[in-house]
Design a protein around this ligand. Sequence first.
Ligand SMILES: *[C@@H]1O[C@H](CO)[C@@H](O)[C@H](O)[C@H]1NC(C)=O
Ligand SMILES: *[C@@H]1O[C@H](CO)[C@@H](O)[C@H](O)[C@H]1NC(C)=O
Ligand SMILES: *[C@@H]1O[C@H](CO)[C@@H](O)[C@H](O)[C@H]1NC(C)=O
Ligand SMILES: *[C@@H]1O[C@H](CO)[C@@H](O)[C@H](O)[C@H]1NC(C)=O
Ligand SMILES: *[C@@H]1O[C@H](CO)[C@@H](O)[C@H](O)[C@H]1NC(C)=O
Ligand SMILES: *[C@@H]1O[C@H](CO)[C@@H](O)[C@H](O)[C@H]1NC(C)=O
Ligand SMILES: *[C@@H]1O[C@H](CO)[C@@H](O)[C@H](O)[C@H]1NC(C)=O
Ligand SMILES: *[C@@H]1O[C@H](CO)[C@@H](O)[C@H](O)[C@H]1NC(C)=O
Length: 854
Amino acid sequence: MSLRGSVFLLMFCSGVCQIPNFGCRPGTPYSQRPFYMAGDVLIGGLFDIHIYFKTEAFYFSSPPHLQPRKISMLLEDFYNFLSLVFAVDKINRNPKILPNVTLGYNVYDSYVDLFRTVQGAVRIYSGNTKQFPNYNCDKYSVLAAVIDGMASPFSIQYSNIFSIYKHAQLSFISQDPIQNDKRQFPYFYRAVPSEKTLYSAILTLLNYFGWTWIGILCPDDDSTISAIKDIKKMFEEGGGCIEFIKVVPAINNYNPERIMDIKYTIANSTANVILVYGSKNYIYYLEQNVFISTIPGKVWIHTAESSFRMLITLNYTHINGSLHLNMHKVEIPDFIKFVQEVDPKRFPTGRTFTTWWDELCQNRCPFNSRRRNCTGVESGRIIDYSHCNLRYTAMSYSVYNSVYIVAHALHEMYQETLSKRLGDRNKLKFQDLKPWKLHRFLKKVNFTNTMGQRIYFNDDGIPTGYDIYNMAYLPNGTIVSQNVGCFSGDGTSGKQLNINEKAIIWERTFSKTPRSVCSEKCPPGKRKSVFKGKPVCCYDCLPCPEGEYSNKTDADICTRCPEDQWSNKVKTACSPMIITYLSSNDDIGIALSLMVLIGFFLSAGVLGIFIKYQNTPIVKANNRHLSYLLLTSIMFSFLCCQIFIGRPDPLICFSQQSIFGITFSVSVSSLLAKTFVVVVAFNATKPGNNLRKWTGAQLPKYIVLSCSAIQVSICSLWLVISPPYTQYDKKSEPGTIIVQCNEGSVIAFYAILGYFCILASICFVFAFLARKLPDTFNDAKLITFSMLVFFSVWVFFILTSHNAKGTSVVTVEVFAILASSSGLLTCMFAPKCYIIIIKPEKNQKKNLVTRAFD
Ligand SMILES: *[C@@H]1O[C@H](CO)[C@@H](O)[C@H](O)[C@H]1NC(C)=O
Ligand SMILES: *[C@@H]1O[C@H](CO)[C@@H](O)[C@H](O)[C@H]1NC(C)=O
Ligand SMILES: *[C@@H]1O[C@H](CO)[C@@H](O)[C@H](O)[C@H]1NC(C)=O
Ligand SMILES: *[C@@H]1O[C@H](CO)[C@@H](O)[C@H](O)[C@H]1NC(C)=O
Ligand SMILES: *[C@@H]1O[C@H](CO)[C@@H](O)[C@H](O)[C@H]1NC(C)=O
Ligand SMILES: *[C@@H]1O[C@H](CO)[C@@H](O)[C@H](O)[C@H]1NC(C)=O
Ligand SMILES: *[C@@H]1O[C@H](CO)[C@@H](O)[C@H](O)[C@H]1NC(C)=O
Ligand SMILES: *[C@@H]1O[C@H](CO)[C@@H](O)[C@H](O)[C@H]1NC(C)=O
């Protein structure tokens, strides 16, 4: 005997055995056994028919089974037993299943009590109404299997103890997934699916309505706690969050403080959906102690069926727009007729049973009466409502299936044995069959029951879907209990939820389908910002930063736009960046171009006038060739503005600053040459000075050439060492690409700028000194003045270009070029043109005091 068996025997004999010595002794006669029907083959059964209520706390002062307690009948669950009787009768009448074999049953009431469960089981295995462990006292029939109608914890305990006998245990209640483990529970079968299907149904339902924020109430037994753990894990993997899980102490464990805490938690919760994971007795207990349904604004999802009896005793409150997940059931044809017509004398006749049958005669259900014709006297007892709910005749459908499963397996086993013993068919005694050989046939069971449902086992039990019922109590007193959907899925094949959402009646606080979320969804353009330490379903919505976007709701992160794109204003998409540069189509560009043209034609005009009047004194004064050169370089300065306007390409960037620098150094050096011409001319008139000899036409030429050559070499150096290039600037201005020229070397840029400014300073100094020199057409004054203008323009440029950004740098530079060129043009040539055109009389030789060279 295994260790477990010995422990069991010890336990049994210390507290349970009434008879100290072992061996079979006569028990109650077969005819007087309460839930017994003789047969060749017996189906054992442990059914919850009554329940023990402990009325006092447990003080270890007396054996547990002698504690004070109250017994009450589980009125609806008695249908489970009746269903077994009905099925057995039906099989015995059916010549196609187990012909020549009579099926019987031997059922014990487990009283929702472990002691009575173990006692009942031992009695089943002993074949006697007294318990003789390891003895079989029944000589006439053989026990085929035990149908178990207990909740998971007891069912598991039962397996642990009685699997030593290797009999099949077939449950129609226990759904704990742990029992799927074939190594731990090799002889366990179930006529219902495990709770995994229920998990899927719950999660699919929550997902369907988008309820991601829920609360859970559940009793504190191991099976439920592990179920809730699994549900929580799967729900959170699917993106849901649980606001609270309240393990409400189970029946017999009243604790006012915890109950108060639960009430407050529910009342203060923001989740609109609360899952009540427990049996109907548990809900009954919750309603009576916590009054959960008096809390408005919640959608209750119940995993237990609502019984009519409970509805009425609870004033219908807990069904206000609730959803109930009920295992799919089919009505057994003729079962109700059987209940109405069967002779109650076949069954035990205790007080509770008499009441049960009486009430079936007198029931006054609001609808769906299951009334029985009674011959007896009406007792006038309080009317109960146990017989009202036709659809939910407890688990009778599963019990019915369980009996058929055993019968079909037995049938197959019988057939196989018969075929092996063809010769002496009559010698076959059913008692010779060993019950543990039944497993092979049980596993292979596959038949269609009378209701057209295919019955077979998968790893999880018998695949069964769930129906979703919506129950509501309308103000006019009508109870609505409607099937609003179903979940079909057995864990292996496809899972599918069908819901008729329009038909659902919600609690009156909700005008439309309720929502239950912690935070509303973030619209596109925003992202979720989860608070540390808070559930992931609770978050703020933050707008995406510039350059990033989110185009879906509830985005976790904003996505960066591609390189050359930028997010739109609402940050929901990216659009290509705007490319900017100083365009000739812009207003500024057009204005600048216009000014360039005007300047260019003005200087061209002036050049024309000078050439036309080239022999007049005013033109001839101070070297007219220098004037032509100056005018030409001014014309080029104007023109070179044009290469700053428009989209810069590599060639333009490469050359523009150099062209500008060289043009300007030509202008300034010709001015410098002019200044020298004045100075030299004056000094040359002084006696004894031989400057004149080499100042003829040669000096100005050398000055211009050498000064420009320096600038050219600076530029060449720049272009060779660190040439300017085209740059796409995406950073300075959000959303735009600024196409601009990068100088390559800022030093070089300032060097060319500085170089012609140095030239200009030298020019200024000499011109200033020479301004008083007596000469009618002395250019020195004009040069001084134009150099002042020139300086102020470039100082202004250097100051502003530091602060300018993007295209305005170019604009400022173009403006500076325009301004300085115009300044030169105006200061140098306006007075002369005035004299040439308006006052030609002043442009006479006689007015010349001193002759200048030309
Ligand atoms: C049932 O038993 C009778 C006699 O005992 C026998 O004639 C008959 O063939 C049996 N039927 C089956 C299906 O075994
Ligand atoms: C919950 O609400 C109740 C009133 O309904 C209040 O007395 C209690 O302090 C609240 N509890 C919490 C934790 O906010
Ligand atoms: C149900 O209603 C009756 C009277 O109408 C009341 O006495 C009882 O407390 C109510 N029960 C519940 C659970 O609200
Ligand atoms: C009950 O009795 C009435 C009349 O006595 C009869 O019409 C009805 O069919 C009976 N119902 C059942 C279920 O026997
Ligand atoms: C059960 O039997 C039916 C028809 O005989 C067959 O289609 C089905 O695949 C079987 N199921 C299993 C699980 O063996
Ligand atoms: C109560 O109201 C519902 C719909 O509002 C209606 O279908 C039902 O017939 C009413 N019941 C009674 C008894 O008036
Ligand atoms: C809920 O219950 C109250 C009474 O407790 C009732 O007035 C109300 O109409 C019920 N029904 C719904 C759908 O809210
Ligand atoms: C969001 O943007 C991505 C990448 O640009 C694109 O593939 C996807 O289709 C967009 N989704 C929606 C809903 O616009």
